[in-house]
Ligand binder design. Structure first.
Ligand code: PLP
Length: 386
């Protein structure tokens, strides 16, 4: 068995033995990890300045001006989603969730836990939401106060038409909450053009930080009216925001090391050239990956025009010699960690394009995949009937 190519360069760049070809947590740079090698007092002036810098920059990345504010919250992305829904939705509000994957489903589940009225407009995981039905629902159900949509549904890797969705929601005078978790920083989204009440994301996806913090970029005029909505003290983004406004500090113990790493990650993001550059690098990763996999005989779930440059879903090959668990273990042993599928429509697996990955890394991953498929004696192309 050969070792994976460029293992030493990989370690120098990332400090890792393995590349994570996953949707996050993902491969971060060595320098992002090194930013965590000190402790911070949460009342430290430098730490307070670091927080203010991150909050300002996140608003800028979303294209927001002084009419938006960034409210971070401890925890993973789901904590930020739950906090945003709970803070923005009045107790007697009604949520319409556009569902075409697990993350849309999760927002329905959150609404149920919170005891908020919610309905789903669902479609298959390889389809984008039906905009005509969205129009009809908003026209006919006056009780709906908010719509929640996922920008890139990581379940499949599909890119939802967020701008068209926003235009319809605005036209009907409702509030839009966007789960942009796996898109933020890599797929352009400007709140000046895509009108919404909030955009939610986390530290450990396309901005390439470490996990432990989520955040919402919220329209200030909306947030001002949200006092008393939240069902949870820890997840009350209104109270969290008032805390920051009062003394620039977190209400409860901040994830100090996560923030220090995130500050470095955001600086590296800017150095690379912001959203355009990151989109360019990830898009090239995706093109390289998809072309190489197709050449071997693998098939993508999605047509190229629906595929975001974040994560790609592949059909499991029909050959019974293809054992996913063995395939996964062999790739991981050679330095490439892929991701299982999460679809209900078809047996699949996923390969991510995001994190500290370049075109060469995708080519190296393809070489290892080819070697592994050969070693397993798998015949590809069975799905295509070739
Ligand atoms: C990652 C992700 C989340 C949050 O998941 P966590 O596991 O809580 O970080 C939410 N929505 C989407 C679309 C995601 O990709």
């Amino acid at each position: 068995m050969s070792t994976a190519p460029h293992a030493s360069q990989r370690a120098a760049r990332t400090g890792n033995d393995e590349f994570l070809l996953t949707p996050g947590p993902l491969t971060t740079s060595l320098t992002v990890k090194q930013a965590m090698l000190r402790d911070w007092g949460s009342r430290d002036k430098k730490f307070i300045a670091l927080n203010a810098r991150i909050r300002d920059k996140l608003v800028q990345i979303a294209g927001g001006g002084s009419d938006y504010t960034c409210v971070p919250v401890q925890g993973s992305g789901t904590f930020a989603i739950e906090a945003t829904l709970g803070t923005l939705l009045p107790r007697d509000g009604r949520l319409l969730v556009l569902v075409n994957g697990a993350y849309g489903e999760r927002m329905m589940k959150i609404a149920k836990y919170m005891g908020r009225s919610a309905i789903a407009l669902s479609c298959a995981e390889d389809r984008t939401p039906d905009l005509t039905s969205l129009e009809t629902l908003l026209a006919e159900d006056a009780a709906i106060t908010h719509v929640a949509a996922v920008h890139c549904e990581t379940t499949s890797g599909i890119l939802n038409p967020i701008r068209k969705i926003a235009d319809i929601v605005v036209k009907h005078g409702r509030g839009l909450i966007i789960d942009a978790m796996s898109a933020f920083g890599a797929i352009p989204l400007d709140v000046g053009e895509v009108t919404c009440d909030a955009v939610v994301a986390s530290s450990n996806k396309c901005l390439e930080g470490v996990p432990g913090m989520g955040y919402a970029i919220i329209r200030r005029s909306v947030l001002e009216g949200c006092e008393g909505n939240a069902h949870s003290l820890a997840l009350d983004l209104y109270d969290q925001w008032r805390g920051f406004e009062a003394n620039a500090q977190w209400r409860f113990t901040p994830p100090t090391h996560v923030l220090a790493a995130f500050d470095q990650a955001v600086a590296e993001f800017e150095e690379e050239g912001g959203v355009a550059a990151r989109n360019g690098r990830y898009s090239e990763n995706r093109r390289t990956l998809v072309a190489g996999m197709r050449e071997m005989g693998f098939e993508t779930l999605l047509p190229d025009e629906l595929q975001a440059p974040i994560i790609v879903t592949f059909h499991m090959p029909a050959d019974p010699k293809f054992d996913f668990a063995a395939f996964y273990d062999k790739l991981a042993a050679r330095g490439y960690v892929i991701y299982p599928g999460k679809l209900t429509v078809a047996p699949t697996f996923r390969i991510g394009c995001i994190g500290q990955l370049q075109k060469q890394d995708m080519e190296d991953a393809l070489a290892v995949i080819r070697e592994t498929v050969d070693e397993m004696g798998v015949k590809l192309g069975a799905l295509a009937g070739t």
